[in-house]
Write a protein that binds this ligand. Structure first.
Ligand SMILES: [Zn+2]
Length: 233
C-alpha cells in the first residue's frame, strides 16, 4: 500500500513537472507566465481569420498555409499562440485546419463525439484559455452529425457511447415539438449553442476570461455539403 501510494505520488510529481515544462515551452515566456499568457491574436482578428479562411475554403480558394516542417520547428522553439480553440465532433469530414484554411499552431482542436463537453474537453479548453491565451473558443457542430441523429431518433447505443449521448437529452427534448424534417438540423444548431452556454456555466476559468473581455465563446455549424461554417455569436 505504501509502495503504491509512493508510486502514485511520484507519478503525480512527474506529471506536474512535465506539465510545468510544457507550459513554459508553450507560452515561450516561462519566467513571465504569472503575468498571464501573451497571445498576439485579438477576439476580432481571430474571428476575422476564421471567417475569411472558411470563405476561401468554401469558394475552393483555400491556400493551406503554414503546413511545412519549418513552421513546426519555429513553433517548437518559440511556443504556440493559437488564434482559437475549437471543440468539435470527431467526424472525419470535419477537418478544422482545412475548413478554416489555417496551419500548424493556428487552431487548438478538441474532437469528441457530438462536440459534447465532458470534464476532459472542458479541461483542454481551460488549458487553451488560461495557458495559451486563445481569444476565441468555437463550439462547432456539423450537418448530418451521427451523434445528434442517434440522439434525436432515440437510437439505443451500448456502452460508453450510449452514456455520452445522454448529454444530448436536453437538446432532444427542446426540438420534440418540431416537424420531423426540421428536427435534426434544429437539434444540431441547438446542441452547439447549448454547449457554448454550458462551457461558461461549468468552467469558472472560461467564465472569468469572458467577463474580463479576454475571450469570446461562439458556436457554429459546419455544412458538409457546402463547406460553409455559419457562426452564431
Ligand atoms: Zn458529428
Amino acid at each position: 500500500m505504501i509502495i503504491f501510494a509512493a508510486a502514485l505520488a511520484f507519478g503525480f510529481f512527474l506529471l506536474t513537472n512535465s506539465l510545468q515544462a510544457a507550459e513554459a515551452k508553450d507560452a515561450g515566456h516561462g519566467a513571465a507566465s504569472h503575468a498571464g499568457p501573451t497571445n498576439p491574436n485579438s477576439i476580432d482578428s481571430a474571428l476575422k481569420a476564421l471567417k475569411e479562411g472558411n470563405a476561401r475554403f468554401a469558394a475552393g480558394q483555400a491556400t493551406y498555409p503554414r503546413r511545412d516542417k519549418e513552421v513546426l520547428a519555429k513553433l517548437a522553439k518559440e511556443g504556440q499562440t493559437p488564434l482559437a480553440a475549437i471543440l468539435t465532433c470527431s467526424d472525419s469530414r470535419v477537418k478544422e485546419d482545412n475548413i478554416f484554411d489555417q496551419g500548424i499552431g493556428d487552431i487548438f482542436v478538441i474532437k469528441v463525439v457530438g462536440a459534447i463537453p465532458g470534464v476532459n474537453e472542458v479541461g483542454s479548453l481551460e488549458y487553451a484559455v488560461a495557458h495559451l491565451g486563445v481569444p476565441v473558443v468555437v463550439v462547432l457542430a456539423h450537418t448530418q452529425c451521427g451523434a445528434v441523429t442517434a440522439a434525436v431518433t432515440g437510437a439505443k447505443e451500448p456502452g460508453a457511447l450510449g452514456e455520452a449521448l445522454t448529454n444530448l437529452n436536453p437538446v432532444v427534448k427542446a426540438v420534440e415539438g418540431l416537424e420531423q424534417s426540421a428536427r435534426l438540423d434544429a437539434a444540431i444548431k441547438l446542441s452547439a449553442s447549448m454547449f457554448r452556454e454550458k462551457l461558461q456555466m461549468v468552467s469558472p476559468v472560461i467564465a472569468k476570461a469572458v467577463k474580463e473581455g479576454r475571450l469570446k465563446v461562439v458556436s457554429g455549424v459546419f455544412d458538409l455539403a457546402t463547406g460553409v461554417v455559419t457562426f452564431n455569436e
